[in-house]
Design a protein around this ligand. Structure first.
Ligand code: AHR
Length: 308
């Protein structure tokens, strides 16, 4: 009798791609755009099938995206939570569907830490401390009261809460430093400008320092300061966070004093974590990004090395 060897189609031998569902916060800042690019580029390079969803800074959109990832039965879910609270219900649904979760950039305040595998990203409190230490040092060259206005990030977000906390913890050491106004600018240039205009209207020349929780808000505020006829850095010392290229340009133009680094280039470590998870490896519970601080004096030298 004739015997037949059944050949499986080639595709059956091809390795099945890992499917990663990623819910991004939005496109609110230069930082976020660099973060999105890093994730998309690395997924493509590593052959990971990325289902990317942009939540336009709304938690409800993120929750919808997470639920759609469950419905699509993705292998791994990763997301950058816009705010810290309100994730337990959806995280429990994901756990019930047996899909591992990786938190990137920002964390959640869920008591049940079994709801996610790891949290990778910056230490925001330390970033606030770095900003505070720089100001305490700078205060040695300043006379009298040092009135600070603060532009906070998105209300309820990890970086806004922690950057405020870290900064306040350090400036306590110098009683001349006082935060006279503090309001959210939602991490955007437009809001940063708008709120700085209001600060200037209310406090005018009393303002000595601006502490902005990100570079975009600082750049928006610089515009407001110039439009008010004041000189950024000369009349108002400006401190911000992220170290994006736009901040280096502002420093090289003499308009921003210092930026604390917060790296958005999380794509490579995310994809390697996803691969490790799928290979059955155990991930560390916390993966912290190593970062520096760049004062105006080093901006021109460092600028060519900046990747975002
Ligand atoms: O979570 C990181 C923060 O989010 C960055 O500092 C800010 O620019 C971004 O929008």
């Amino acid at each position: 009798a004739a015997s037949f060897v059944v050949m499986a189609p080639m595709s059956a031998f091809a390795e099945k791609k890992i499917v990663l569902g990623f819910s991004q916060i939005g496109a609110e800042s230069e930082w976020r755009t660099a973060n999105t690019n890093s994730i998309k580029e690395t997924a493509a390079k590593e052959g990971i099938d990325l289902k990317f969803s942009d939540a336009q800074q709304k938690q409800e959109n993120q929750i919808k995206a997470l639920r759609s990832f469950i419905a699509q039965k993705v292998d791994v879910i990763a997301f950058a939570p816009v705010v810290e609270s309100g994730w337990d219900t959806v995280l429990k649904e994901i756990k019930a569907a047996k899909i591992p979760v990786i938190l990137t950039d920002r964390s959640v305040d869920s008591k049940d830490t079994s709801l996610y595998v790891t949290f990778m990203g910056s230490d925001f409190t330390e970033e606030g401390r770095k900003a505070g230490r720089w100001l305490v040092e700078k205060a040695k060259t300043m006379k009298g009261d040092i009135n600070v206005v603060e532009l906070q990030g998105t209300v309820g977000s990890g970086p806004a809460i922690d950057r405020k906390k870290g900064f306040e913890e350090i400036i306590k050491a110098e009683p001349r430093i006082k935060i006279i106004r503090s309001q959210t600018g939602d991490f955007t240039r437009a809001k940063g400008k708008e709120v700085m205009e209001a600060f200037l209207k209310a406090e005018g020349k009393k303002i000595n320092v601006l502490y902005a929780h990100n570079d975009d808000m600082a750049i928006g505020a610089i515009q407001a300061i110039e439009e008010a006829g004041l000189k950024p850095s000369k009349d108002i010392t400006i401190i911000s966070v992220d170290a994006v290229k736009g901040a280096f340009e502002a420093m090289m133009a003499g308009k921003l004093d210092v930026t604390v680094e917060c790296s958005p280039l999380l794509g490579p470590q995310l994809m390697s974590a996803v691969k490790d998870l799928m290979a059955g490896k155990t991930l560390p519970r916390r993966i912290v990004t190593v970062e520096g601080i760049f004062p105006m004096e080093v901006a021109a030298k460092e600028f060519p090395n900046r990747k975002y």
